[in-house]
Design a protein around this ligand. Structure first.
Ligand code: GLA
Length: 392
């Protein structure tokens, strides 16, 4: 098999338990939380425009194991990541008696600290708990498969278990609130003006399903920071405003956009063009899959890629080549870049019997070095039983 061998949830857990035992001999973790990464099948750069997305959970994700500690007078939290190739510190301790602000370093810490800070807003000051947490992810970092959302949602799931008995019923998070909390953590602590798709699917994913998510009234606020992503968010908001709407979801058709074209910059027009057509493709895509019309779904995937390339301008030569190589293989229905863009992965819909051929064609012709993953649509965030591993 020429696809990457994926770390299983069991392997992730075994590694974390070993690391825990090495660091804290004769002690056992009591909590284990897992949240998956995602792949988006269609509906890109749609979420922060309150449009549709169509993602699925994947079998790789982030796991957090650990336990509550006794020190309630002076609550402190200890975090350690097992990630290799890190230039920054792999562990740190955090005093949680005071308000928690974003960390200067390590940068990775902000994904967990942001979630902790927002979660603690729901907890009475005298109920705050000390804990230690060890974190490991099997999501390829920087691959556009949402490693950051899976870290946030795994951390939040860990905290839900840690505080399960303590926090008042009316403070309990619904799954939607949980996704929004994790999204806000990324926006305000990691400083990325993302939409809510990644955190949402990491919470709600279901084995064997892709989920069409309608993001009306997502109420996600965007902190517009620097960078291409933020610029694009701003173009979309401007286009909506020029056309007299709250967001691009409410634009009825490309004709409506054409009528307002003169009033906006060419870049703003192009960004809006992608979002409006992508919304139609996403709904049509969900319908096509329901009808088992894979050909039609594939066609929409190619169209989505072309629109991301030409109008949203977030593809790159490498992603374009991967899509074109996939297209040349018999048995491939469709292919497109997935996630934010500027690199990362493509997702390809291909007949099982043609998978090897597709991999071979890309391997032999792609100008870079590609890695291949075969994912099953997998379940969302969950608590994982530690008993079995502790008993051994
Ligand atoms: C990133 C963001 C998501 C979404 C995608 C593009 O993954 O975190 O909210 O905007 O890009 O579809």
């Amino acid at each position: 098999m020429s696809s990457e061998k994926l770390t299983t949830v069991e392997e992730l857990q075994a590694n974390l338990i070993n690391a825990y035992h090495e660091e804290f001999p004769n002690d056992e973790p009591t909590i284990c939380a897992f949240a998956p990464g995602r792949v988006n099948l269609i509906g890109e750069h749609s979420d922060y425009n309150s449009c549709f997305v169509f993602p699925m959970g994947i079998s790789v994700g982030t796991m957090v194991i650990g336990k509550a500690l006794d020190d309630q007078e002076n609550p402190k939290c200890y975090f350690r990541t097992l990630a290799e190739d890190l230039k920054e510190s792999k562990s740190f301790e955090l005093d949680i008696t005071e308000q928690i602000t974003p960390l200067e370093s390590p940068k990775w810490g902000n994904y967990v600290v942001g979630v902790l800070a927002l979660f603690l807003e729901r907890i009475k000051p005298n109920k705050k708990k000390s804990f230690r947490a060890l974190i490991s992810t099997s999501v390829p970092i920087g691959g556009g498969l949402s490693s950051s959302a899976s870290i946030e949602v795994a951390m939040c799931t860990f905290l839900e278990i840690l505080y399960r008995d303590e926090y008042a019923y009316d403070l309990q998070l619904s799954q939607v609130e949980k996704a929004l909390l994790c999204c806000k953590a990324e926006q305000t602590y990691a400083n990325v003006p993302c939409g809510v798709m990644d955190q949402y699917i990491s919470c709600f994913a279901k084995a064997d399903h892709a989920i069409l998510v309608d993001l009306t009234n997502s109420n996600v606020k965007h902190e517009l920071t620097s960078g291409k992503f933020a610029e694009n968010v701003e173009h979309c908001q401007q286009a909506a405003k020029i056309l007299g709407h709250k967001n691009l979801r409410d634009v009825s058709s490309i004709d409506e956009l054409e009528q307002g074209r003169d009033k906006m910059s060419p870049v703003t027009y192009r960004r809006a063009h992608h979002v409006i057509t992508e919304m139609q493709r996403t709904q049509a895509g969900a319908q096509a899959l329901e009808n088992k019309d894979y050909k039609e779904f594939g066609r929409l995937m190619y169209e989505s890629h072309e629109s991301l390339r030409k109008y949203f301008e977030v593809s790159c030569a490498e992603l374009d080549q991967l899509v074109e190589l996939a297209r040349s293989v018999d048995g491939v229905f469709g292919s497109r870049m997935t996630g934010a863009g500027f690199g990362g992965c493509t997702v390809t819909l291909v007949k099982k019997s043609s998978v090897e051929k597709c991999i071979e064609t890309i391997k032999n012709n792609y100008k870079g070095k590609a890695t291949f993953y075969q994912f099953e649509p997998s379940d969302g965030a969950r608590s994982i039983d530690l008993k079995k591993s502790n008993d051994k």
